[in-house]
Design a binder for this molecule. Sequence first.
Ligand code: ZN
Ligand code: ZN
Length: 891
Amino acid sequence: MNREYCCQSPIGKVVAVVTAALTVVVGAFFLPYAASAAPLFDAGATTWSIRHDSLAGPTIRFAAEELQTTLAAISGATLPVVMEETAGPAIILGVLPEVTAPDEIAILSEPDVLRLGGGSERAVLHAVYAFLQDPLGVRWLWPGEDGAFIPRRTRWEVPPLASRYRPPIRYRGLHLCGDWRDVKDFRLWMARNFINIHRHGGHGDSRMFYNMQSSHNVRLPKELFALRPELFAQIRGQRYPSQMCFSQPEGEAIVAEQLLAKLPADLEILSLFPSDNMDYCQCPQCTAQGVSTAWFSFYNRLIAALHAQRPSLKFATIAYQGYRDVPAVAVSPCEFVEYASHARCHVHTLGDPTCERNRDTLAEMRQWQQTGAVMGHYAYEFDTFRASPFLPFFTIIEDAVQTSVSLGHVAVITEVSLSPRSGPPEQAYAVRNRLPIWLYARLLWNPYMRVTDLVWEWCETAYGAAAAPMRVYLLAMDRAWSALPVHCTILGQAATVAPQLITPELQKTAAEAFLAADRALDGAVNPAVEREKILFRQWLDMLGHDHEVLVPLLPATTEAPASAQGSSPLPLPGAAVRLAWSPEKLFVSDITAACEVVLSTGLGGETWHFAVDAAGTPSAWRISAVGVRDDRWQPEWSFSKGVMAIPFAALGAAPAGNEVWALRVLSGQQAFPEASAPPAGLRFCMSAKTDRTVLWWSGRPSRDDREVTHVRRQFQEAGWQFKLGVAANLATGSADVYWFRNPGYENKPPVEAWLEIRKRIEAGALAVFVSYARMPLEQYFDDPSFFVAVREIRGLPLAARQVKRLQPGAWLKTPHKLGNFGITPAYGLVPKQPEVWEALADMPVDGDQPDATVPFILARRYGQGTVVVMGDRVAVKPVQLVENFLQLHTP
Ligand SMILES: [Zn+2]
Ligand SMILES: [Zn+2]
């Protein structure tokens, strides 16, 4: 019976396959035995106990608690935890002397005894989790109670078990970044999925994780800069506090002393690396060595100094940024050197011959491997985008983990952001990526699993009857990701990739899969399936439209908006319907005929209908996600003097600022949008004004299109209508602001458009010109005083590329406080007639002449309007620049 159970378990099968492939597995086989043993539990009762040594440490005690609670959830029976030799059958938890590798686990049974042990207390904890997963079938797919899938059983006998497993990756880590939302649940989930390290020793739980501290911690005290500048980085003859000089013999003593003063007593691993910028010392000694050799020589001296004081402490470091390449010195023995793969592309596999970045990354990893240093991998898969949506890159993470194993990495740690702190769960990045994060953890534990099998395991566990169609959807997403015609490194904007990922074919596959999932569930609602739909919808939303209905925010006390107050009128011939909102209500105003407004949050299928007939009689109903009309629904709302006032409380859902809902409006015979089109986006803007338009022109669409999607979002979120400039609307469309990016490149604005644009500026519009290169402004304005040359900067390190002067004025403060312009542009502006321009911002231009400056933002009045010329590119959002530039000539 027992043998049969084990062989039939799909997971058992995979383990058996893995065993054959793994030399690290000492043995995994089943011993037949004849003796009859007491069942572990039967009908809610048990004769077994959980036993451990009275000297057992906190990790084993915690393992006993985890085992006790989970077994109780499975069976209804609570096994007592005892510390002395007792009669009767027992699960014995403890470190096993015959297991010498600290991370190796052992699961051994004989009649009435089950040993869950390993080479260390943490291995004992992992043996408990391994036993609960297989053979008992427990899965912790995501943090929190709803992510625990615990199969209920009535009676169960411990089968003959004799397995030992040593995971090939000793340190399996997730580095938690961001706001640490629900961090306690997340950490427990990590441990239950065999993660055993993170970088925040002291803030974690050393029962479950190695206590490691790791940050950009190698630096001198700031106050030392004034007293001992020679200890700091020298760049082109000047000292900067950006980095320390790695060649000064006193450096390591000062850093060591500083670190030792703060080290917690129970720290196990101290990972050391310098400040996070590239302005390294260029003094003759550092330059002669190169950054990598200078740093790793310093690291060797530093850990020697620290080791003398704290002999039991282990050390680690990373190979990152300027010190990512292999140094000319051997790295002193330490726990690991993590190769940081921030330069890789997350669309292609490592070593993909069509992806130069990944070819180079793999080549560098191999060079490191050849030095004989103990290596690890510090990865960034989940940082592919800012504000990450669901990343369906299962193949990519499988490849990353397998590559690490093939290179002998002892540590693999990847960054996971637990942000934002609040808001609905679907907005949390770690919730959006709960599937790939789970896959990552499982692969770190057992890299020989196939990711497609794990996806199936997830589908069967989480989606029940809908498993098969959901797998079709997930694998289609994975294939689409790997087929992207672009490269993605880190911190990109997902909106720029959305149009290429979410192709019409993929939309069709997803829609069919979701429909098949609904059918398979036969009316039952599976929250995990619903969540996948929402996550897909988030990608769909990013496809972006030139036109959204931008609804302005009115004060909370608003009872009804004044006539013509609200959004721009909807494009309904013969009607001028507008929308506005307050924190309590949505207003639909200027209704003069029969009208029906259809709303939904856009995330679920339910729609709300508010209507008035030609006689002005209101009615409301809702239609459920599966199309059932509910006329008994009686929301509290009102219609009076052409204004619908719909309290969000009546809907049971209130929008957050900038949330986008779905909208349809029917007025007489007219519909917005057309009946056959998907609903329009209804954006709840945080701004009280949404009637201004920006027209965005790109001279290099092939390059700039990638940024348009998120720039459009930024403008729309601030309440601006965003129009992408094309020749037709440039000459005829009216805009409040024109933004010309690289207009001198291949996509030039038509010559005849300039006359019209000049008229608009004279009448009060703002025009901003931004480029890397010179722009023929004197032609655009038909005026030689507009001639502006450009000057390339020379010999300036990034640390020196900082704003030198800002022209005081409202443009710096209103409505946005602009202080940080980031790194200054690579080209400055040299006007032929400086007297007609106002230089708003100056920057250094030549490393040999530290006092020489050149403007990078110029402005001048033109009629009632304003012209601004700017170097590319400034670290302030275009919409903020625009709103502040509008203050320039406001009295
Ligand atoms: Zn130096
Ligand atoms: Zn690539």
